[in-house]
Write a protein that binds this ligand. Structure first.
Ligand code: 1GP
Length: 230
């Protein structure tokens, strides 16, 4: 088992998107702390198993971020299960979880399951639309969500999801200041090292997704945040 609390940098790969062998090797050998496989659309058993077997050639932790029941399978080190705290549809709070537990509850090793309190903040993102998230949140709202996560639900991870857009620093800071126990993941719009540095000075762990597909060179440079002390 790995110590997730030590992770500062993660690449998130979308099983529905193409990545060359060379780019995949560069990502896996980059000194990132882990790879997460996850996406919103067209996440299938086939494309997840294919990408999993390609990443498995490399010696780094691999997690599946569960977005539907069909694509859950054994073979990952961890299963990140999001509960979208600002979703207006209970399916994304615990409805999906109910389905998963009914089907797989008897075989799940819960030491591999990490429950993420998700806060979706980019109204334009696919994930916001899919999960019917209420993204119209002010500072007081996001602080209350952070408090809920840290003090009441005691989630191990809170994930601020700006998917596709660089986040509002003030909100990320406000959330970070409320978290004393819960680990803060930040993902969204990180395209270069200076953005990576800025977000990783606030969040415990940053996640780089899209940049892998749009500008691999700069995406790889974001791992350099690990060279500096926080
Ligand atoms: C997406 O938070 C991740 O789930 C990363 O976001 O794709 O914008 O880097 P980007």
């Amino acid at each position: 088992m790995y110590d997730i609390t030590m992770w500062r940098h993660i690449f998130k790969l979308d099983p529905a998107k193409f990545i060359s062998d060379d780019d995949l090797e560069a990502l896996c050998m980059s000194n990132t702390d882990a790879i997460i496989i996850g996406g919103t659309d067209y996440v299938t058993e086939d494309n997840v198993i294919h990408l999993m077997s390609r990443v498995r050639r490399y010696p780094l932790p691999l997690a599946l971020e569960v977005s539907n029941v069909e694509s859950v399978m054994p073979g990952f080190d961890y299963y990140f299960i999001p509960t979208v705290m600002n979703s207006e549809d209970t399916l994304y709070h615990n409805g999906m979880l109910l389905k998963v537990l009914k089907q797989y509850g008897h075989v799940i090793d819960f030491s591999e399951v990490i429950f993420e309190g998700y806060l979706v903040l980019n109204s334009e993102s696919k994930v916001a639309k899919r999960t019917y998230s209420n993204t119209q949140l002010d500072l007081e709202d996001v602080e209350a969500y952070a408090q809920m996560t840290n003090e009441l639900y005691h989630f191990p991870v809170m994930y601020i999801e700006y998917s596709g857009k660089y986040g509002e620093i003030e909100k990320v800071k406000a959330i970070s200041q409320m978290l004393t126990q819960t680990q803060l993941f930040y993902g969204g719009g990180i395209t270069n090292l200076s953005e990576a540095r800025e977000m990783s000075s606030i969040a415990d762990t940053i996640i780089v997704g899209d940049a892998v597909y749009s500008d691999i060179k700069n995406a790889l440079k974001t791992v350099k945040i690990k060279e500096s002390n926080k």
